[in-house]
Design a protein around this ligand. Structure first.
Ligand code: MN
Length: 349
């Protein structure tokens, strides 16, 4: 089959002995960080700070696959086309160069001023009452907002999505050359939830078409999808969006990495769940990914709060990570076995 799809221990928020050791003891030597608490981030990421991160991972024999989420304050003016955006863009370019210099090859980001939105963070809707993140557009329209503060903007009306497209083009055409020069691939996360607007702010990446448009606009080897399978599952029509995206972007080598997560239901109302209890069949999705030419990494994403778990969700994350690993191994073995049978038949024949 010859692909090099990789499993990473992901959404890690600090580089410490415990997490790195957990990864190694689980048999995983790839990690992915998301808005790390211990990475200074006033206006940009500095080389020395990123290097410390990478070197700490090196100590445990762990490869850093990527860093996710530029803090929103790094580029909120760029997203909103406000004065001061050029200074932010210069700093984003420098952050990207510093990632490249430090040997961190992937930057996950989004272009959504209002970012992720949930109307509950602890709805007891998971299996046997597991507490999960849930979204209901009807509640959202009443102003209900249960997300942590990541610096997302709720205050600036942006009714026209084309205005965001202009800002996106302006931003990307200035930062991509830095990414290309320093060997960093920028992977764009969809707007979660994928609805046309929230809180008066339009949302760009809510369907496959928006990614096709961006891909044609940018035409860069250093740009692709942060393929949040959970968000694609939330789109109207549910699981079929996932397979369409794999079919289109897999062979084009544009799926940089994947968030493996699922939900029950689609917009306007859904809630999260563990793998295997949601809209898609994890085997079918993994099989499609493995046969699409996807050669990036994948990781678990948000997870339900199952009883007795830590705030980061060790138990649920390990459940989902091990589930993915089992699927990868099973598909691989199944294919190798079929290959061996075929070879035997040829020998006998
Ligand atoms: Mn995601």
């Amino acid at each position: 089959m010859g692909n090099s799809m990789r499993l990473a221990f992901g959404q890690i928020r600090r580089v410490d002995r415990e997490t790195m050791t957990d990864a190694r003891q689980l048999g995983i030597d790839r990690v992915h960080f998301n808005l790390p608490f211990d990475l200074p981030a006033e206006k940009r990421w500095e080389y020395e700070d990123l290097l410390k991160f990478r070197e700490a991972a090196d100590q445990y024999g762990v490869i850093v696959e990527g860093m996710e989420n530029l803090p929103i304050r790094f580029y909120d003016k760029a997203m909103l086309g406000e004065e001061g955006r050029n200074e932010q863009i210069d700093n984003v370019c420098e952050s990207i160069r510093n990632l490249g210099r430090a040997g961190i090859p992937v930057l996950g980001y989004h272009f959504s001023p209002s970012f992720v939105w949930r109307t509950s963070n602890s709805a007891p809707l998971g299996r046997y009452g597991a507490k999960v993140q849930a979204f209901d557009l009807a509640l959202q329209e009443q102003g209900i907002d249960d997300m942590d503060d990541f610096g997302q903007r709720r205050d600036v009306p942006v009714p026209d999505v084309e205005f965001l497209w202009e800002n996106f083009e302006y931003f990307m055409k200035r930062v991509l050359p830095a990414a290309e020069e320093y060997g960093v691939t920028m992977a764009l996360h969809p707007d979660d939830p994928p609805v046309p607007q929230l809180s008066g702010i339009a949302r760009m990446f809510i369907d496959l078409e928006s990614y096709k448009r961006a891909d044609e606009l940018l035409q860069s080897k250093n740009w692709g999808l942060l393929f949040c399978i959970g968000t694609f599952s939330q789109m109207p029509g549910g699981a079929k969006n996932i397979f369409e995206a794999i079919e289109y972007f897999g062979p084009r080598k544009k799926l940089v990495y994947a968030h493996m997560r699922d939900v029950r239901g689609t917009v306007p109302k859904f809630h999260e769940c563990l793998l295997g209890e949601g809209n898609f069949d994890p085997f079918e999705v993994m099989y499609a990914l493995m046969h699409s030419g996807f050669d990036g990494f994948l990781l678990s994403d948000h997870v339900p709060a199952i009883e007795g778990d830590t705030p980061w969700g060790h138990r649920a994350r390990i459940n989902d990570t091990a589930y993915l690993r089992g699927l990868m191994e099973a598909i691989d073995k199944m294919e190798n076995k079929q290959e061996r049978i075929k070879q035997n038949e040829q020998t006998i024949g």
